[in-house]
Write a protein that binds this ligand. Structure first.
Ligand code: ZN
Length: 462
């Protein structure tokens, strides 16, 4: 290649890259155009879809990345990012647009790590859960003084206080025995929540999501469940109501993966506050009811954390590049965390998929279920575990499995049909929408007692 041609090609590449990386705030139309632009650049690995509309009729657009967009491939986990749930917390929205462009470009450039990620994972990105609130905040522009303008949706409702309160149900079960997973929705839930919340609930019930992060602003910390404490304390009063889930160590690790891959979150001192390692249990910071993160854990198979990403909720345009560089690696590493623990198929003797089978891990009082395709994903830290698969009408199967630090271990279950029809089925699963196990009521007294005996109930420190 002649020297002149080489220089020309390098210049072309430089301008192409420069043209792609545009650090600016995106209004609704601009956001939509950006998502479709990424889709047009990477049509074979992306899909744009809407999960519903806001109060003012704006679409809640999702950009999906996968080597087979629109299709769940067996044993490929589904992961999601949700931004801008609070309309005035805009950094997540911009970071998710940058991430979308980055994934597409790096895939086209043949980046091995990104190619591997997209080929092994189905990634769903919802840059704005509250497009109406955003427009109100954006009309105000970057300004610290108007702290809460645009936070709520167009009906004035805080969407992160708008999910059905399953914690109360769970505390009842903690006290009297019963599960803390796949808790049922109240019958009238649709009429109790805002349209944005309803769209998100229907979305997370229709995919078997495994991992998720919800991007906020106003602090810099990775926050993990539970968000709701047993005791109600005012924010800043006392930080003692640590309320861990049975998966506490795993959640801490997920939060630390983000904070340590982030440019400065791990240092802990940010925005005049201190969080060791840049992480916190939600309730120990301040208790909140009806949040999205607890809802994910208590109602679905999804493990969600909340990322607070900037002191200033609406950073100035000039700060966006630095923020992207500070978050880029963390956003990628967090997605990669979905590939850990165990996964596999639950099948019957004739190799038919068993959807809604319950996967229990001894010592962790939180079960997950297989999805519509019979595959399941159980995030676990390295260690040796006793894992049991159960399905109604089948004998349970228990295996011992050692999980390493990398790559999820493949563990398939082949369940045999139970000979005695009256064989006890633990937590009698009802096939719910989306193939999930949705117990309809608190279990009968007899079953509850057994439950308590089998799994030592988790203690919640006061
Ligand atoms: Zn927020």
């Amino acid at each position: 290649m002649s020297g002149l041609l080489s220089v020309f090609l390098h210049l072309l590449l430089f301008f192409k890259l420069a043209a792609l990386v545009t650090f600016r705030h995106h209004h609704y139309d601009d956001l939509m155009r950006t998502l479709y632009k990424v889709h047009n650049e990477c049509p074979y690995i992306t899909r744009v879809y809407s999960i519903g509309r806001s109060v003012k009729g704006r679409h809640l657009y999702v950009l999906e990345f996968s080597d087979r967009p629109g299709i769940h491939e067996r044993l490929e986990p589904e992961v999601k990012y949700v931004g801008n749930m609070h309309g005035d917390e805009v950094l997540g929205r911009e970071l998710l647009l940058q991430l979308s462009e980055f994934l597409c470009e790096e895939y086209l450039n043949g980046n091995q790590r990104i190619t591997q990620l997209i080929e092994s994972t189905r990634i769903h990105i919802l840059p704005s859960m509250n497009p109406d609130g955003y427009e109100v905040a954006a009309a105000q522009g970057p300004d610290d003084s108007q702290y809460l303008v645009g936070r709520n949706n167009a009906n004035g409702v805080d969407l992160n206080r708008n999910f059905p309160d399953l914690n109360t149900y769970f505390y009842y079960n903690e006290k009297y025995g019963g599960p803390n997973h796949h808790l049922p929705l109240p019958d009238n839930w649709k009429s109790q929540v805002e349209v944005e919340t309803r769209a998100v609930i229907q979305w997370i019930r229709s995919f078997n999501f495994v991992l998720s992060a919800n991007l906020h602003g106003g602090a810099v910390v990775a926050n993990y469940p539970y968000d709701k404490s047993l005791e109600h304390r005012v924010r800043g009063f006392r930080r003692t109501a640590n309320t861990p889930t049975p998966d506490d160590k795993l959640f801490q690790k997920l939060a630390k993966v983000y904070s340590y891959a982030h440019g400065w979150m791990y240092r802990g001192w940010n925005c005049g506050d201190y969080f060791p390692d840049g992480i916190t249990n939600g309730a120990s910071w301040y208790s909140l009811s009806k949040g999205m993160q607890d809802f994910n854990y208590l109602h679905t198979n999804c493990f969600e954390i909340t990322l607070e990403l900037s002191c200033n909720k609406f950073p100035r345009q000039e700060e966006l590049h630095r923020e992207w560089l500070g978050n880029r690696e963390a956003l990628i590493q967090f997605l990669e965390q979905v590939h850990q623990g165990i996964k596999g198929m639950v099948l019957d003797e004739n190799y038919n998929n068993l959807a809604g089978a319950v996967i229990s891990v001894s010592g962790i009082n939180h079960d997950i279920t297989s999805g519509d395709h019979g595959d399941y994903f159980r995030l676990l830290l390295p260690g040796t575990y006793t894992v049991t698969a159960t399905a109604p009408g089948f004998d349970p199967e228990t295996v011992s499995v050692t999980v390493g630090p990398a790559e999820p271990k493949l563990v398939d279950f082949h369940l045999k049909r139970s000979l005695s029809p009256a064989a006890p089925t633990r937590k009698a699963p009802n096939k719910g929408q989306g193939g999930r196990v949705l117990p309809k009521k608190v279990q009968p007294r007899g079953t509850r007692k057994k439950e308590v005996e089998r799994q030592q109930p988790r203690e919640i420190p006061a």
